[in-house]
Design a protein around this ligand. Structure first.
Ligand code: FES
Length: 389
């Protein structure tokens, strides 16, 4: 005769016989499963096998459908990997070049293939659960735990229940489903790992001067070189320079650098649009606002009358600060709602940005066109090197 203290699961569901450790060791998995459910106060009302007759055509068809979804997941994952590694597909192409349509498809194709892969994998798992996992009907009395850790009897019965669930899922004998599921998950996983790694494969500065991170496209490449402000028309080869009379009071225009040596050179003209630190907002303040401007120390002559030029790259994390509100003279970044004051050297006045927008020194040359008087004197955007402001 044994007392309650001798039993490994003493204190559990009242009325359930508690086996001793020796009895427990002799039980097979089915007995452990039944004991486990009883100890938890669970009564299995129904536990039907979804395919009581094995090997029917319907069962094989269900298996093939699931394998098909896993195969689709694998193929879409493969498509994602191939797109990711396709030579130069990811490189920017200007809208007026023949390859722009292909470039524009890059991100949608990446998204579609990865999305299809995840979706197909999910559908496969869902279908398998519905078609092959027995859906038991069980009733359990609610009761509070007694705050103790798991007893040996709990551990053994839970392991038995998990093994039983795996066995009843019949996954062990469905090699087609196992192989295709492994393939689908494996290829998709490779794609997910490849996504962050791919950006390290090629240097975006290959072929650029070593110090390219330290300046922008506004830097004259030799003494005396004139760097004009050029309007963005969407066509790399169309050169439209900007004059003061092109902007109404309170207007803003995005401009890019242009030098005469680039005229007729499609590559160089496209590169000027592509370079991420090149876009500049040229703003013409209203006369009444221009009188209220507070200039930054050392940048008192960076403007040309009512015209001010600020980088378009947000000093928070580099989004384009494309919105200029004429009424308040605020420059807004749509990413995280930082706001900068155009009347006070692009100083941040709201949101997460803590640094002013870098200001480009500008003037108008003898021909009446806007030109840069040099490069920015500090990094644009968040930058990789320390800023003073
Ligand atoms: S990038 Fe502009 S507010 Fe965050």
């Amino acid at each position: 005769m044994t007392s309650m203290e001798d039993h490994p699961g003493a204190g559990r569901e009242p009325g359930v016989p508690q086996p001793s450790e020796a009895e427990l060791a002799e039980m097979d998995r089915d007995e452990l499963v039944k004991l486990g459910t009883k100890l938890d106060g669970v009564e299995l009302v129904d536990y039907p096998d979804p395919w009581p007759v094995k090997g029917t055509r319907a069962e094989k068809r269900a298996e093939r459908v699931i394998a098909l979804w896993f195969t689709i997941a694998a193929l879409a994952g493969l498509g994602f990997l191939v797109t990711l590694c396709w030579p130069q597909w990811w490189e920017y192409r200007a809208p007026d070049t023949g390859e722009y349509e292909k470039y524009a498809l890059y991100t949608p194709v990446l998204g579609a293939t990865l999305g299809i892969s995840i979706l197909a994998l999910g559908i496969g798992v869902l279908l398998y659960t519905k078609r092959f996992i027995p859906s038991e009907l069980a009733v359990q009395e609610r009761h509070d735990g007694d705050g103790k850790g798991s007893a040996e009897i709990d551990r053994q019965t839970i392991v038995a229940q998990l093994a039983d669930a795996g066995n009843r899922s019949t996954i062990a004998r469905r090699s087609l489903v196992k192989r295709t599921a492994g393939l689908g998950a494996g290829v998709m996983g490779l794609g997910l790992v490849g996504l962050p790694v791919a950006s390290f494969i090629k240097s975006p500065w290959k072929g650029e001067p070593q110090d390219t991170l330290w300046h922008t496209g506004w830097l004259p490449q030799h003494p005396g070189e004139v760097v004009y402000m050029r309007r963005f028309t969407g066509k790399s080869d169309e050169i439209v320079l900007v004059r003061p009379e092109d902007l109404d009071a309170g207007a803003m225009e995005t401009v890019y650098p242009f030098r005469e040596s680039e005229r007729g050179n499609h590559e160089a003209l496209s590169a000027a649009f592509m370079r991420s630190d090149n876009p500049v907002m040229l703003i013409r303040l209203r006369p009444e606002d221009a009188n209220r401007v507070v200039k930054r120390k050392g940048q008192e002559d960076f403007n040309f009358g009512e015209y001010y030029a600020y980088t378009k790259v947000c000093s928070h994390v580099g989004c384009p600060t494309s919105l200029y509100e004429q009424r308040t003279n605020r420059i807004l970044c749509p990413c995280h709602q930082s706001q900068f004051d155009a009347l006070e050297y692009g100083k941040p006045i709201f949101g997460p940005a803590t640094r002013a927008l870098a200001q480009l020194p500008i003037t108008v040359n003898d021909e009446g066109y806007f030109v840069a008087r040099g490069d920015f004197i500090e990094p644009v955007g968040p930058a990789f090197w320390e800023r003073k402001s």
